[in-house]
Design a protein around this ligand. Structure first.
Ligand code: ADP
Ligand code: GLC
Length: 482
């Protein structure tokens, strides 16, 4: 049996702020249990849902030498859908109201602690993984520590590491002196060929330099990050490690996201009966959100972190123009204040057309995927994107910018060849986006049969983990060496 440990800062169903949690919560379930023993390690945030806290049981605890003192490390465990989770418990670091805070230095200290605790815990829980699979900057120190202090212990000698980039924008950067102090790593590691980047210490860079293999979450993003525009200052390193870097597109949990069985939606439907049944969800949502009640109105959904990454400056730019069209816009998201307020403003200005829901809700997100006709995601960059996959699964036609995973998963509609699962545009330009939206409106209103065929093709596309899990397995086999 090959053993793999996922280490990440979030994972469904314990804690989620974005797509990383969906991936960490769904991929391990889909790896072949006959050959792989995959376990997951995440922090035990005290802001986790009570219902999940109650599932945890105590394993052990110890004190770890960290940041010039002895720090408590508790280990809790729970099993979810046949996958064993370990949660690292420490109230000082994981006690806030939300998983991530605004104080960068504290975040760095927190995840340096988590990274060291994750490795230190392994001999105590008697799990000796062949591969430690790390996700994003929060776990960037793990491959470094594995080649440094943990190397002295034979327990770690044959362990390999993988670094998966879900978002290169977040790197965990701070000044070298402070990071040296916190991590206890010697001077040797803080040079531009190792943890240092542009004079700062950079945790993700450490992971990318020291990991045995690197992956990211789509083929296109794997190429994009070798360029200056998408490389976030690390494009040189991505080029240098190109031989060890591959893109494996994300999947979604086809059981959790299934319009035929979804417990959040009132009117279940599938690829056969969506023409009649899906609209009932739209009707219900219009009522719930106080929008004009009209089955025929094209409803466009947005479920997203409200940040620059997601292209909201494009939407802000044409919002007034878009609201002149015969559409409804339903937004669910939180994030930058200027975008939150922008949507609140248009909700006030066009009350029966725009609904701004500035909060986090699993329930409403599923209702939006199920009820809308189209789903808008005009990202500036998008490593993979899961929302468009959820939209496709629910027969909601994505309108996206051709970047990263959006480009790899949404096929642009071609009216001459009768192909395509969505609408897309290439340049980061508000009116180019508006043209795509209006093209979609035109097909929706004037050529409904064509529209429904786009839905048919989207619902038939397979973005379960099936294929991608196989690719991870191949990589694990290759790294382990048999
Ligand atoms: P990212 O990870 O960059 O935020 P993804 O598209 O990969 O983008 O994943 C976003 C995930 O977070 C999806 O599951 C989406 O439904 C969910 N999500 C985003 N904002 C909200 C919200 N306000 N309420 C509920 N779910 C949300
Ligand atoms: C990141 C990316 C998103 C991706 C997700 C899961 O949050 O922004 O594109 O889908 O990670 O890999």
């Amino acid at each position: 049996m090959k053993k793999v440990l996922f280490v990440a800062s979030e994972g469904v169903p314990f804690i989620k702020t974005g797509g990383l949690a969906d991936v960490v919560g769904s991929l391990p379930k889909c790896l072949d249990k006959e050959y792989f023993d995959v376990r997951v390690m995440i922090p035990r945030y005290t802001c986790m849902k009570q219902e999940m806290q109650e599932k945890l049981s105590y394993v052990t605890h110890f004190y770890m030498d960290f940041n010039w003192h002895e720090e408590y490390v508790g280990i809790l465990t729970a099993e979810v859908d046949g996958v064993k989770y370990y949660l690292i418990d420490n109230e000082h670091y994981f006690g806030g109201f939300k998983p991530y805070g605004d104080n960068v230095l504290f975040e760095i200290e927190k995840y340096a602690y988590f990274s060291k605790a994750a490795l230190s815990a392994l001999p105590l829980i008697d799990f000796q993984p062949d591969i430690v699979h790390c996700h994003d900057w929060q776990t960037g120190l793990i491959p470094v520590y594995m080649k440094e202090r943990f190397r002295g212990n034979p327990f770690f000698w044959n362990m390999k590491s993988i670094m998966t980039i879900h978002n290169l924008k977040f790197q965990g950067k701070w000044d070298v002196k402070a990071v040296k102090n916190i991590t206890g790593l010697p001077d040797y590691y803080f040079t531009p060929d190792k943890l240092e980047a542009y004079k700062d210490a950079n945790l993700l860079k450490g992971g990318l330099v020291y990991a045995d293999a690197i992956t990211t979450v789509s083929d296109t993003y794997a190429e994009e990050i070798k360029t200056e525009f998408y490389g976030e200052g690390l494009n040189g390193l991505m080029i240098a490690r190109a031989g060890d870097l591959r893109g494996i597109v994300n999947g979604i949990d086809y059981e959790e996201f299934n319009p035929a069985t979804d417990k959040y939606i009132e009117f279940p439907y599938d690829a056969v009966n969506f023409r009649k049944e899906k609209v009932k969800n739209k009707r219900a949502l219009q009522k719930q959100l106080n929008l004009a009640q009209d089955d025929k109105k094209m409803m466009i959904g947005v479920v997203s972190r409200l940040t620059d990454q997601k292209g909201f400056d494009l939407i802000a730019y044409i919002m007034d123009e878009l609201c002149q069209d015969d559409i409804q816009l339903v937004v669910l998201g939180t994030g930058e204040e200027r975008y939150e307020n922008m949507f609140r403003h248009f909700d006030w200005k066009y009350a029966d057309k725009v609904s701004a829901n500035i909060y986090y809700s699993e329930d409403l997100s599923h209702k939006i995927y199920a009820s809308c006709d189209a789903f808008l995601m005009p990202s500036l960059f998008e490593p993979c994107g899961l929302s468009q996959l959820m939209a496709l699964r629910y027969g909601t036609v994505p309108i996206v910018r051709e970047t990263g995973g959006l480009k790899d998963t949404v096929l642009p509609y071609n009216e001459y060849e009768n192909t395509g699962t969505g609408f897309s545009f290439a340049n980061y330009n508000a009116h180019e986006m508006l043209r795509s939206i209006r093209y979609a409106e035109q097909i929706y209103y004037d050529r409904k049969r064509e529209w429904n065929k786009i839905v048919d093709r989207g619902m038939a596309a397979d973005f379960s983990w099936h294929v991608s899990a196989g690719k991870y397995q191949e990589m694990y086999d290759w790294l382990i060496g048999y």
